[in-house]
Design a protein around this ligand. Structure first.
Ligand SMILES: C[S@@+](CC[C@H](N)C(=O)[O-])C[C@H]1O[C@@H](n2cnc3c(N)ncnc32)[C@H](O)[C@@H]1O
Length: 382
């Protein structure tokens, strides 16, 4: 076929695509009216996750590149939500009211049940490997998690090396025990690893790893009180955003349980993070979206989105909480830019320099005055 014919066909197809986009666009008036009548937020993660999964499946069945299909679908969904905001004169597509806490807790347990069997494969060892360009199991798109884990693992090790004593370590929200394995079991006399999810604890205990006798796993929900005596803990860790879930405002309790000179490493979602304003509906490179409007986190796993409780903080609120409890505090935020890159776009090799530049800048921004990183990592000292 000659090039003029091909160009004519392309023009026709482009016109058809635009016609379909317009048809879809015009249906938003009805969707917006229905959402208003039923008090539903514009952003409906469970519906989007299921839709994207369906699109992915049909793309794969047709032999279309799945990331390309997601990119198109994501852009269309994003514009549809913007249109609904415009029609309803809303300044956010996000839900602004927090769902009942019991519902969020049920979601967390469901999320853990789904992720426990694959958790080690997905998240373990990332802070420990050679830092290769491909990142985790999904390649470059997981590099933000990879970079975060790596940085956090180093920080945990540095904090442990600076402790005056290594008696009891407490890991709150231990999941299947990646931190116990990499940083705690060889360095403390006793390690207590706690998680609300029985699925996570069972998966930890059933893993191939031989846990030493001084490591105890416990399926318990941490509530207002920490499960430890006064002045008994050399090191408390609650990492990878988990302090937002399990220790939202536990400053006095942390002061109570830490031994003199003891330290805690907490990781919170940042209320001021740039990534809170994510553009695409698909999972970010961190796979979890923090909603600063209602203190929840949306975790996307395949065709499902689980919304769970997460109390976000600002650098200022962490500083104030820790200082009021008499704890010294050092703070970083990380990553700032990498978590803005849409995951499906990161596959193409020509994005490599952008990814590397974002990582370099994130390293520099971590301890700077610009506190817009996705996670706030705080090291508290009694
Ligand atoms: C981000 S994940 C795991 C982080 C893990 N330390 C790591 O390095 O991969 C958070 C974990 O915290 C647990 N969790 C959340 N809230 C909790 C609570 N109130 N008490 C105990 N565990 C909790 C969840 O069940 C989940 O396994």
């Amino acid at each position: 076929m000659d090039i003029d014919n091909i160009r004519n066909m392309l023009r026709t197809i482009d016109g058809q695509i635009m016609g379909l986009v317009l048809q879809r666009w015009s249906l938003m008036t009805g969707v917006a009216a229905w959402k208003k009548e039923h008090g539903k937020p514009i952003h409906a993660p469970a519906v989007e996750a299921a839709n994207l999964e369906r699109i992915l499946e049909s793309a794969q069945a047709m032999g279309l590149d799945a990331d390309f299909a997601t990119e198109i679908a994501a852009a269309i969904i994003k514009h549809s939500k913007d249109r609904q905001c415009e029609l309803l004169e809303l300044d956010t597509m996000l839900p602004t009211i927090q769902p009942p806490i019991g519902e969020l807790r049920t979601n967390l347990l469901k999320l853990c049940a789904v992720t426990a069997p694959v958790y080690d494969n997905e998240y373990d060892q990332w802070g420990r490997d050679d830092g290769s360009q491909t990142g985790g199991p999904s390649g470059r798109r997981d590099k933000a998690i990879h970079a975060y884990r790596k940085r956090e693992a180093k920080l945990i090790d540095d904090v442990i090396a600076s402790l005056p004593q290594h008696e009891l370590a407490l890991d709150i929200g231990c999941a299947t025990g990646p931190v116990v394995k990499s940083s705690l079991e060889d360095r403390f006399e006793v390690v207590r690893a706690i998680d609300v999810s029985e699925d996570m604890i069972r998966a930890a205990e059933a893993s191939d790893h031989q846990w030493p006798g001084h490591v105890e796993f416990e399926a318990t929900e941490v509530r207002a009180q920490l499960p430890a005596g006064d002045n008994s803990v050399s090191f408390l860790v609650c990492n990878f955003g988990t302090a937002s879930e399990a220790l939202p405002n536990h400053w006095q309790e942390i002061h109570r349980v830490l031994a003199p000179g003891g330290k805690a490493l907490l990781s919170f979602y940042n209320k001021e993070a740039l990534s809170n304003f994510w553009y695409y509906p698909g999972p970010t490179t961190l796979r979890a979206h923090y909603n600063y409007r209602n203190d929840t986190v949306e975790v996307w796993v395949g065709g499902t989105a689980f919304t769970v409780f997460a109390q976000g903080h600002t650098v200022e609120s962490v500083r104030e909480g820790a200082s009021a409890a008499g704890l010294a505090v050092e703070i970083q935020t990380y990553p700032t830019l990498y978590s803005l890159l849409p995951p499906f776009a990161l596959k193409a090799p020509h994005w490599g320099p952008l990814c590397d530049a974002a990582t370099d800048m994130d390293d520099k921004l971590a301890a700077s005055e610009v506190t817009r990183g996705t996670y706030i990592t705080a090291v508290l000292t009694k």
